[in-house]
Design a protein around this ligand. Structure first.
Ligand SMILES: Cc1cc2nc3c(=O)[nH]c(=O)nc-3n(C[C@H](O)[C@H](O)[C@H](O)COP(=O)(O)O)c2cc1C
Length: 171
């Protein structure tokens, strides 16, 4: 039998095979950032198809780190019930699920977040949206750290098996 069909551990997480769905943003959440039934069905179907570990598209940890409409959010406790339903749907099929957490940093737009996007420095422009960011203050940095901590706690509350950090903030 191919090794692809044999179980493995990533840290403490036991995965039934070697098939992993790499994070791909779906544009399937509600306007509020809550996961939709359509998004849950997408991952339930992948789990039914024996994908052992599923990483949904990156979830924004703070409203100022929101990249695009219909992106899934994990920035407020209101997101937890939907995220829990997503986890349960995947677990029901015997697969594991990891949440990828992100802050868009400068890779968003004023139209999206209501103010100039921020970055570690105001130098240069974001290569995706060509935005010239404002430089983060120490308080901004503290707030982003807190936002990642809050999001990680929500991921645990929703029952996610693991958390992955997306390095976008550093770009
Ligand atoms: C439409 C799309 C959305 C993606 N969204 C994410 C994402 O949310 N987080 C992430 O880390 N990578 C994201 N990626 C990168 C993929 O997870 C993957 O690493 C990349 O497509 C390379 O794998 P491949 O050669 O199998 O396509 C995305 C890629 C695509 C094409």
């Amino acid at each position: 039998m191919s090794i692809l069909f044999t179980p493995m551990n990533i840290g403490d997480v036991r995965i039934k095979n070697r098939f992993i769905h790499s994070a791909t943003y779906e544009v399937m959440a509600l306007e509020t950032g809550e996961v939709s039934d359509k998004l849950i069905r997408r991952y339930q179907n992948l789990a039914k198809g024996e994908v052992g570990l599923i990483i949904p598209g990156y979830m924004y940890v703070h409203p100022l780190g929101h990249s695009y409409r219909y992106q899934s959010g994990i920035h407020s406790d209101d997101m937890i019930p939907g995220l829990r339903k997503l986890v349960e749907a995947v677990h029901k099929e015997g697969s594991k699920i990891a949440f990828q957490l992100v802050h868009a940093g400068r890779q968003t737009t004023k139209a999206m977040i209501g103010q100039t996007p921020m970055g570690p420095s105001s130098r240069g422009r974001d290569p995706v949206n060509f935005v010239k960011p404002r430089e983060m203050s120490v308080n901004d940095i503290r707030e982003v750290i807190q936002a990642f901590c809050g999001a990680a706690e929500r991921a645990v509350s929703a029952g996610a098996d693991a958390i992955q950090l997306h390095p976008r903030m550093a770009t």
